[in-house]
Design a protein around this ligand. Structure first.
Ligand code: ATR
Length: 282
């Protein structure tokens, strides 16, 4: 441990396949900062002590990933003041120190929106969007869509009770549908977002009949491994515009980097700059 060096880390369990170290260490090098970003495996029973001791561990802050985002929220909530938006989400992905005190943020919301803006698709206002999935990621996306004045959100999820829970949290109009009904409701929306873990390597794919889905609908998948999921490949073959998930991962890291190391990294051409990641997942 070097005295003048700054440290930050991503914690999760498992953690070895996290891309966050590559993203943050790329910026550390680019901005010539004396710092290091690591991946640390933290088990559920260690989480509370780990978060409370980040200053003792000499860390500027941490990113929190699966499966700790909701538990980390509960821990930080008891020792810090969180803003209303984060409390409604009840999930965090960034914990950082400010003047010795612990704070937290959820930068997934920013990451989701920025990834849409690079595709010049700021088109949500007054329109409907469909989300597949009703877990933690769906919550951040609903929050992001509300900030863009979405009119109504259709949520397709295997478990209906999870949709009811979202209706309790958010004031926006939400209509729950079954996964088998996606095609029937798709054309009422400007965009379909997969926020579930379906399509992830090793998990079952989303199989939609695109003959029933308008080409005008933008298809967005937050899964990035594989980068082109079956859902996105089918959408692209049908002529729909698609947005992949790797951009969201990179953009959500930027505000966290600022909290840890004081610089907001500029991203000019994401696919060029991060070609070392984009090429890996093609
Ligand atoms: P995250 O925090 O990443 O959103 P999560 O809260 O575990 O993770 O949510 C995962 C989402 O993927 C859930 O909506 C889940 O559906 P259920 O609410 O029915 O559990 C969905 N999901 C995961 N595996 C699925 C599968 N095999 N079929 C259908 N939906 C699935």
């Amino acid at each position: 441990m070097e005295v003048d060096k700054k440290y930050a880390a991503v914690i999760g369990d498992p953690i070895s396949h996290s891309l966050s170290p590559e993203i943050h260490n790329y910026w550390i090098k680019k901005y010539n900062i004396n710092a290091e970003y690591r991946a640390i495996r933290v088990k559920k029973e260690e989480l509370s002590d780990f978060i409370k001791n980040i200053s003792k561990e000499n860390l500027e802050g941490i990113n929190v990933t699966v499966p700790h985002k909701e538990r980390a929220f509960e821990i930080v909530r008891n020792i810090s003041d969180l803003n209303k938006e984060i409390i409604s989400l009840s999930a965090i992905n960034t914990v950082f120190l400010k003047e010795g005190r612990i704070f937290a943020d959820n930068t997934d919301i920013y990451g989701f929106l920025e990834n849409m803006n690079i595709s010049q698709m700021n088109f949500i206002s007054g329109k409907n969007v469909m989300i597949i999935g009703a877990g933690g990621a769906a919550k951040a996306i609903i929050s992001a869509l509300i900030s863009k004045d979405v009119k109504k959100i259709f949520i397709a999820n295997r478990t209906k009770e999870k949709i009811d829970a979202l209706k309790e949290i958010f004031s926006v109009e939400i209509e729950g549908i079954y996964l088998q009904e996606i095609e029937d409701y798709a054309n009422n929306n400007v965009m379909i977002v997969n926020a579930s873990s379906m399509g992830l390597l090793g998990k079952n794919d989303i199989n939609l009949n695109f003959e029933k889905i308008s080409k005008e609908i933008i298809c967005y998948d937050i899964v990035y491994n594989p980068l082109y999921t079956k859902f996105l490949r089918d959408a692209r073959n049908n002529g729909n515009k698609i947005i992949t998930g790797l951009g969201m991962l990179i953009y959500q890291a930027a505000p966290a980097f600022k909290k840890f190391f004081g610089i907001f990294p500029e991203i000019e051409n994401i696919e060029e700059e991060f070609s070392f990641l984009f090429n890996r997942f093609n």
